[in-house]
Write a protein that binds this ligand. Structure first.
Ligand code: IFM
Length: 474
């Protein structure tokens, strides 16, 4: 992929001297449970997030996805907003409980029809549909049978993938199996911060394996059905030793890297779990759930790796520190509190960490990359003039797009960038209090207002690049 130096239409050269390659895809992303609402419409079954959000104390202020952004009913208007922004692609997820309300068995045609309509609406506006099959909303009935701790869920996922492909495969070319299996496994089954809210490391490691197996089986089913592009999205950690010269800090970073990165990347792209992670897992489970041949299934070829990035982590060795619940077995590893600017959710802003992460993924795994999520929570709502002046989000996005340019300049095969998120939405355990949208949503009236960041992003897309630090409306 060659990059030619680009000069913006106003004549101002790009700050970095590098450019986004021709064909670099500009998109935005959402997920079904976070925006659709219509939790009981057209035969949708309950998901683990319906159950979890109704469990007192699990989600901020008892918020649920029952209504969310009402996108299920307003999708045509939302697609019009995407077209107004000039998006080339839109990444959305399919709600498994709409397609198979019980997780297996009968297909609900009305659920499929919704995604049929949405996909046609996108194509009618010239927007490429990028489908994620699983963004955390497991049918509750499957959870009742063990969820991701059992092999049957991986097998059911492949059946579901084939069902969705049979409906949309004539129009959707890019298929992502899972979104952030680290979150599904460790937040869902180890720390319990996410649905299904279980706190059991052994279950978490079983979930890691069955999620990966589900990916491999689904990838195989999609490919057999003719899918052109198959991918998985991870949230790889940009994890660094606090003191790189200190071997104990480096060892601490290596464990976190193993638990969040290599335990997924190695089987996906090298065909086996790393030795240190196998050993680590045996502290909690006998690995009898990992059968001969599973790793070969997991290594099903992918065309691109989706990368979701928000913030780095710095760790050090501190004997006596208890393990972080979402990183089982990390006793003695301390996570440094954020330093410098943070977003509303408390995540450190450090764009250069994205460049380092992309460089590392490129060097170690040599796979084409796509930023499938990047963005920031900031609280701004409409000001007296009715506009949303979210300068900090513009700075965040601008910085991270510059980080992408740096990675491209280093030779990283980076195919595109999806901002998280198109709309303010249900931010899982944080409920609606955290706003990641380019578009502000008033949850009482469902009115949408383009934030300044949305207008800025529209300019970036129009120019196919950045210019200076100009802000819209600043
Ligand atoms: O909102 C989430 C999304 O669902 C998955 N990736 C991280 C985002 C921000 O927390």
């Amino acid at each position: 992929m060659t990059a030619t130096v680009q000069v913006a239409p106003d004549g101002e050269p790009l700050a970095s001297g590098h450019a986004f390659p021709a064909g670099f895809v500009w998109g935005a992303a959402t997920a079904a449970y976070q925006i659709e609402g219509a939790a009981h419409d057209d035969g949708r079954g309950p998901s683990i997030w319906d159950t979890f959000s109704r469990t007192p104390g699990r989600v901020y202020a008892g918020h649920t996805g029952d209504v969310a952004c009402d996108h299920y009913h307003r999708y045509a208007d939302d697609v019009a907003l995407m077209a107004d922004l000039g998006l080339a692609a839109y990444r959305y997820s399919i709600a498994w409980p709409r397609i198979q309300p019980d997780g297996t068995g009968p297909v609900n045609p009305r659920g499929l029809d919704f995604y049929d309509r949405l996909t046609d609406e996108l194509l009618g506006r010239g927007i490429d549909p990028v489908v994620t099959l699983y963004h955390w909303d497991l049918p509750q009935t499957l959870q009742d049978r063990g969820g991701w701790t059992v092999r049957a869920t991986a097998e059911a996922f492949a059946d579901y993938a084939a069902i969705v492909h049979a409906k949309l495969g004539d129009r959707v070319s890019t298929w992502t199996t899972l979104n952030e299996p680290w979150c599904s496994a460790y937040l869902g089954y180890a720390s319990g911060q996410h649905a299904p809210g279980i706190q059991d490391p052994a279950s978490a490691f079983r979930a890691v394996h069955h999620l990966l197996l589900g990916h491999g089986l689904a990838a195989r089913a999609l490919r057999a059905a003719g899918a052109r592009s198959v991918s998985i999205t991870l949230n790889p950690a940009a994890v660094f030793p606090l003191d790189p010269a200190n071997p104990a800090d480096a060892a601490a970073a290596r464990i976190v890297d193993g638990l969040q990165n290599r335990i997924f990347l190695d089987p996906l792209l090298r065909g086996s779990y790393p030795d240190d992670m196998r050993e680590h897992m045996t502290r909690f489970t006998d690995l009898s759930h990992v059968r001969d041949g599973d790793e070969a299934i997991i290594q099903a070829p992918i065309d691109v790796l989706g990368v979701n990035f928000y913030t780095p982590a710095y760790v050090s060795a501190q004997p006596g520190t208890p393990a972080a619940p979402e990183y089982p077995g990390t006793e003695g590893v301390a996570f440094r509190p954020p330093v410098g600017p943070v977003t509303d959710i408390g995540w450190q802003v450090e764009p250069a960490a994205l460049t380092r992460l992309l460089d590392r993924l490129h060097t170690d795994y040599g796979v084409p990359l796509l930023i499938t999520e990047n963005g920031a929570a900031y609280p701004e709502g409409p000001a007296a003039d009715g506009e949303v002046h979210d300068a900090a989000r513009i700075d965040y996005l601008d910085g991270h797009l510059r980080a992408c340019l740096d990675a491209l300049a280093h030779g990283v095969d980076l195919r595109g960038y999806f901002a998280w998120s198109l709309l303010d939405n249900f931010e899982w355990a944080e409920g609606y209090q955290m706003r990641f949208g380019l578009v502000h949503v008033d949850y009482t009236t469902q009115k949408r207002v383009l934030k300044d960041s949305a207008k800025w992003y529209r300019e970036v897309i129009r120019r196919h690049g950045l210019t200076g630090r100009a802000r819209i409306g600043a």
